[in-house]
Unconditional design. Sequence first.
Length: 439
Amino acid sequence: MNPVEIILKKRNGEILSAAEISWLVNSYLKGSVTDYQMSAWLMAVYFQGLVSEEIQALTECYINSGKRIDFPAEIVTADKHSTGGVGDKISLMLAPIAAACGLYVPMISGRGLGHTGGTLDKLDSIPGFQTQLSLQRIKELTLQHGLSMVGQSEELVPADKKIYALRDVTATVESPGLITASIMSKKIAEGAKHLVIDLKVGSGAFMPTINRAKELAEALIKTGNAFGQKVTVVLTNMNAPLGTHIGNALEVIEALEYLKGNYLPDTQEITETLTSEMLLSARLAANKEQALNMIRDAVSTGKALHKFEEMIIAQGGEPEVCFDYGKFPAAKYKLPIFAQEDGYVQSIDSRSIGYALVGIKAGRMQVSDEIDYGAGAVLYPKVGTLINKNDEIGTLYTSDREAGEQAIRRILASYKLSPDPVTAEELILGKLTLQDFSA
Ligand code: URA
């Protein structure tokens, strides 16, 4: 086959066969299709889309690029995946809480994508923590501790690992077909029987509107179903960053605070909603009230924090970080951010904040870029907050002062203020399951 013909076919809006998709992806993995050809194909897919047969073929070919983990039938495996947001550290709280509640969570995550952060980069900020583990080791750790948090590897969805990194830096993330194959291949290969997707909608998300989000939800749910996985999609609002901390080490610190019982309303609502959907799907809780009791108990008894610590030790990291945040990598400068005007926060351009932080190396612009794990921002105002000129509304952590000052200007410009009071938006926008898409 000829890669140029396959790119041309997709560019012209034709439907590709499973054989063509498989040949292209496998040739890219072998190196006979180049980065520039794959980038061109991804951009053609971005504009022309993929029909459901193509999405399934791509997902299957991602899964078959590596191996699958099989857990014994009596083990209740469940997981959650986010389509990507700003300040989205929910996995770091949810996985240990779910494990403390009796679920087995073999979580395969990704790195930062576009303006959004990635769980793997956050975990990499824990000194010594290993996210590249063999399939056998992931299985052992999950069975022993109830969770493991790892990345794609040569053994597990290598096709997603390579193509994900390329999409990150070629503006080809926001495609329902590509997102579906990327997420579902990881979640099917890891052996999760129940999956909850946090499908983010809004300015900081890859899906800006509910209609686009529903299109993606349908592809995710139907693909999961085709591979025997029960998928629940929760639509959540990403018109504002989640919590207060954005940036890799900063987000792990905020997650640790959560596990110590220091909740913020938005991260609490999202964490509890998603974890309870996992418990309900797996039938470990009979109803929402019971699920919430289990979740809050896991935090208040310290069991969830202990699970996180146990996982850090099992994956070679320094567990001292849980109690001594000075052990995390730190940026050189800590710059205060002052409000420039008075007003109620009307909207926050989270995507712009995400890219402002990529500019100080909290994320990547090129595949080979090194991350500054200590870089990021702590931002307090939420939609509806009243701020006064010269209030200190947050802090920027950066190792490059000049880039940091530019990032502050961009962050300030991301807040649109109103002279009149503004009501905060709902965080949970809906829930979708297979039934919503059955004829
Ligand atoms: N998360 C993933 O793993 N892949 C995507 O494409 C988007 C979010």
